[in-house]
Design a protein around this ligand. Structure first.
Ligand SMILES: O=C(O)CCC(=O)C(=O)O
Ligand SMILES: [Fe+2]
Length: 269
């Protein structure tokens, strides 16, 4: 894993809200990630979010195969996700001390999968933070043709918490943020094993998969340590929600493990 991160990369991330790291994984690591994610998705079956039985609509099911928090049920994914090196990069980009996992997810666009409509991430989650961020690791070469990510540079600094769902209309987000329709989107085409990082408030989308191959990505959303519950359910289970008040610090290591902190003891690993 190429953990070197330059000042230029940090500056680019802070200004634009995303940054690309080419050749992030070695060929051996890429194979390990592919194998772990493939096994974990197969073992998970049809359940999208652990402990939640709700089924999304048919359109959303054909945006991508989405399986959330595979670290919680597969030991190989757990080992990959609890790697403090990922947390350290996330902390460096975000400019925060400690990093917790919010959720990982496999996002697999099958042949002719629907596009992923423009959206922001952090407004969906159970905490609000302008410093939350996601790593998106390409497990296949990602191209314009098979559904690469697109970002609207700089929108992370402008976003409020207004958002839209990932629905049928690619451009619903522009009903909320009208001015953003004038910003030219930047595509991120990367080789398998490369990754991008994006801020939880940047506008982003992905195209359809117009190829007969898979577009597989494995991603992880990170929460700055010390973030507090905002009352939204997202990935939390009913019994967890029942035990939380708005404003409580989210620090359950079984749900949101601390993976990196310069001084606190890491218990999750
Ligand atoms: O991979 C995709 O199609 C969308 C990914 C995304 O929205 C995310 O990682 O936040
Ligand atoms: Fe997203």
């Amino acid at each position: 894993m190429n953990t070197n991160i330059s000042h230029e990369e940090v500056d680019f991330y802070r200004k634009n809200g995303y940054v690309v790291m080419h050749d992030f994984l070695s060929q051996e690591e890429l194979q390990e990630w592919r194998d772990a994610v493939t096994d974990a998705v197969a073992e998970r079956g049809q359940q999208r979010i652990l402990g939640q039985m709700g089924k999304p609509n048919e359109y959303y099911e054909n945006v991508f195969v989405q399986r959330v928090n595979l670290w919680q049920d597969n030991p190989k994914v757990r080992k990959l996700m609890l790697d403090a090196r990922l947390g350290k990069i996330a902390a460096t980009l975000a400019g925060v001390e400690g990093i917790r996992i919010w959720h990982d997810q496999a996002l697999i666009k099958k042949p002719y999968a629907n596009p992923t409509a423009w959206h922001l991430d952090n407004p969906y989650w159970s905490f609000y933070s302008r410093d939350a961020l996601t790593i998106w690791v390409a497990l296949d070469d990602v191209t314009i043709e098979n559904g690469c990510l697109w970002f609207l540079p700089g929108t992370h600094s402008l976003a409020t918490y207004d958002n839209v769902g990932i629905g049928h209309n690619m451009g619903d987000l522009f009903k909320v943020y009208e001015d953003w329709a004038k910003i030219q989107a930047a595509p991120v085409t990367i080789k398998a094993g490369s990754c991008s990082w994006h801020n939880g408030l940047i506008a982003h989308a992905a195209g359809p998969n117009m190829t007969v191959g898979l577009r597989r990505a494995f991603t992880c959303a990170y929460m700055p340590d010390g973030s507090t519950f905002n009352g939204q359910r997202n990935i939390l289970r009913d019994e967890q929600i029942a035990g939380l008040q708005v404003g409580d610090v989210l620090e359950d290591d079984a749900q949101t493990p601390l993976i990196y902190h310069p001084t606190k003891l890491i218990v999750a690993a």
